[in-house]
Design a protein around this ligand. Structure first.
Ligand code: NAP
Ligand code: GLV
Length: 306
């Protein structure tokens, strides 16, 4: 069995070494043109030429959860596309969102400013019931985030394509229920995959439907947000702030108005990082299962787009 590793923008060596250790029966190579074709590939943003040079490929393993970039390539239908299935990401997303929700709700930024000015001031306690948290996407990551936020006794709502049942979460499903989900939400967390159906879903209409004083946390993809629609809603006061981890262009270009807007917080696509050890263990387990003829979790449906 031959495995090839093609990671645009990442060093392949530690992945090659880790996969070789986990699968001693396989030959694991960092991809180079003219190499013999492989049975399995471990990839991040590979070029089309890489896919074209692998006629015998059984599966492509993406070292991220989102496959929007990979699905831009022409991949033969017989090749399974397998995304990372948690592999240590959901706990990171839960940390990120709970931190952001609590910081916003408890007004820790305002306390910090007061402390810097040497002032001992109290702020009036706020009602948790006035800060319902709505999660767009209740999959591997969104489901875990919804449960984590519910632990802090915030009202939690969730929206997905198919209907879910999660303790402590009011679940809505399908486009027809998006409006009901939004009007009940004040803090909106986006954990949808980027597909034809979800591109631009964070826009003037949907964000205006949130309760006044709404707060946006976008940790999925920059293409979900219509960037030009955000600042007017912040400046009008309809939205009280936004925490953005992902952007249409990454790195966020110098001079972009998001860098300096006082109500926007920015992290550099770091809300859930790929953890190499966990990811290699998961991918190696799935390669062995596929080689035995078994099915594996996390196979992408290219028609659906995730
Ligand atoms: P997932 O398990 O595939 O879950 C996707 C969720 O979105 C599912 O609940 C799905 O509904 C729902 N959904 C998809 N299309 C929908 C639509 N048109 N209408 C309503 N709901 C829809 O994905 P995941 O592992 O949770 O990851 C989610 C995304 O997070 C990734 O695609 C990636 O873009 C992003 N991400 C970002 C980072 C970062 O560092 N910023 C890291 C990892 C992932 P069903 O359950 O009904 O199918
Ligand atoms: C990161 O953005 C991922 O999709 O894993």
């Amino acid at each position: 069995m031959r495995i090839t590793v093609c990671l645009t923008g990442n060093k392949p060596e530690p992945w090659v070494q880790g996969l070789q250790q986990a699968l001693p029966e396989a030959e694991v190579l960092a991809w180079a043109p003219c190499q013999p074709p492989a049975d399995y590939a471990v990839v991040w943003a590979p070029p089309q030429g890489f896919v074209d040079a692998q006629p015998g490929l059984k599966a492509l393993f993406n070292i991220g959860a989102g496959v929007d970039a990979l699905l831009q390539l022409a991949i033969p239908p017989a090749v399974r596309i397998v995304r990372l299935d948690d592999a240590g990401m959901s706990v990171q997303m839960a940390e990120y969102v709970c931190h952001a929700v609590i910081r916003h709700f408890r007004e820790f930024d305002a306390y910090e400013a007061e402390a810097r000015a040497g002032r001992w001031t109290y702020r009036a306690p706020r009602e948790r019931a006035d800060f319902p948290v709505g999660i767009l996407g209740l999959g591997v990551l969104g489901g875990r985030v919804a449960q984590a936020v519910a632990q802090f006794e915030f009202p939690v709502l969730g929206w997905s394509r198919s209907r879910k049942q999660i303790d402590g979460v009011r679940c809505f499903a399908g486009e027809a229920r998006l409006g009901d989900f939004l009007v009940g939400t004040r803090i909106l967390v986006n954990l949808l995959p980027l597909t034809d159906a979800t591109r631009g879903i964070l826009n003037r209409t949907t964000l205006s439907a949130l309760r006044r004083g709404g707060y946006l946390i976008n940790i999925a993809r920059g293409g979900h947000l219509v960037e030009d629609d955000l600042i007017p809603l912040l400046d009008s006061g309809h939205l009280s702030g936004a925490l953005l981890d992902v952007f249409e262009a990454e790195p966020l270009p110098a001079g972009h108005p998001f860098w300096t807007h006082p109500k926007i917080g920015i992290t550099p696509h770091a809300s859930a990082r790929t953890l190499r050890t966990e990811s290699i263990a998961q991918i190696a387990g799935k390669i062995r299962a596929l080689a035995r003829g078994e099915e594996v979790a996390g196979v992408v449906d290219p028609e659906r787009g995730y």
